[in-house]
Design a binder for this molecule. Structure first.
Ligand SMILES: *Cc1c(COP(=O)(O)O)cnc(C)c1O
Length: 247
């Protein structure tokens, strides 16, 4: 199947999940995760009307942003961030979903050029205590969110989660509902948040049922990735050394 056919199928899945959840069809935004895929694949998706793209690896993302600058796309950094690698993110991306500590937020705010709009930020929350996952503990999310909300060059938009895969729909839904509860708690504290970034190719129905406003989908659009952390994009760009996963 082509990227166009994949996108059509996916938009139907999202619309159907919204209908089942009693939510309006436009309630959930699609973030196309293009990590490891070449600029040509992004351009194909863009030709089908897709505007928002997510990248995990900073160097790979920055290269694609430069190559495709003429398309006016919106770029989201969704990968783990090290504090010594924040500058290219602050200078080139439109969104960061993976802010999980104060130091990262401070650096992003300091480094965001004043010629650009404030950087849109989500706090990554480790909702299920997964040991390998980045993210602030749910009970620490409010304090971090309040600190980020007043940083001058950042615009706090919401939270992001990457729960561990669970065996069935009910268990997946329960985890996503815990994330929604954290999101609601932050909003109830007065923060004007509009983005709950959760749900991927395998679990977007449960995420939408629970209240996700942005699903991040890679393989269901672009196909399977050769192996985690392998940059097909950099390799196929010709002679460019593969982007390294961070950290
Ligand atoms: C890779 C990735 C996705 C997309 O995963 P798929 O299973 O390919 O849909 C979403 N979010 C994050 C943070 C990712 O790293």
């Amino acid at each position: 199947m082509t990227i166009e056919a994949h996108l059509q199928t996916l938009r139907q899945r999202i619309a159907q999940a919204c209908a089942l959840a009693g939510r309006p069809p436009g309630a959930v935004q699609l973030l196309a995760v293009s990590k490891t895929f070449p600029p040509e694949a992004v351009a194909q998706a863009a030709a089908c009307g897709q505007r928002d793209f997510g990248e995990n690896y900073i160097q790979e993302g920055v290269e694609k942003i430069a190559t495709l600058a003429h398309l006016g796309l919106v770029w989201h950094c969704i990968g783990p961030l090290q504090s010594n690698k924040t500058r290219p993110v602050a200078e080139h991306f439109d969104w960061v979903h993976s802010v999980d500590r104060l130091k990262i937020a401070q650096r992003l705010s300091e480094q965001r050029p004043t010629t650009l709009a404030p950087l849109n930020v989500c706090i990554q929350v480790n909702i299920d205590g997964g040991p390998t996952k980045a993210g602030v503990a749910p009970e620490d999310a409010l304090a971090l969110a309040q600190a980020v909300a007043v940083m001058p060059r950042l615009r706090l938009r919401g939270i992001m989660t990457i729960p561990e895969p669970t065996p069935d729909f009910a268990a997946t839904l329960a985890v996503h509902q815990r994330a929604k509860a954290v999101f609601d708690e932050l909003r109830a504290s007065g923060l004007p948040l509009d983005t709950l970034s959760m749900g991927m190719s395998a679990d977007l129905e449960a995420a939408i049922q629970a209240g996700s406003t942005m699903v991040r989908v890679g393989s269901a659009i672009f196909g399977g990735r050769a192996a985690p952390n392998v940059s097909v994009a950099a390799a196929s760009a010709g002679g460019v050394s593969p982007a390294l996963p961070l950290p």
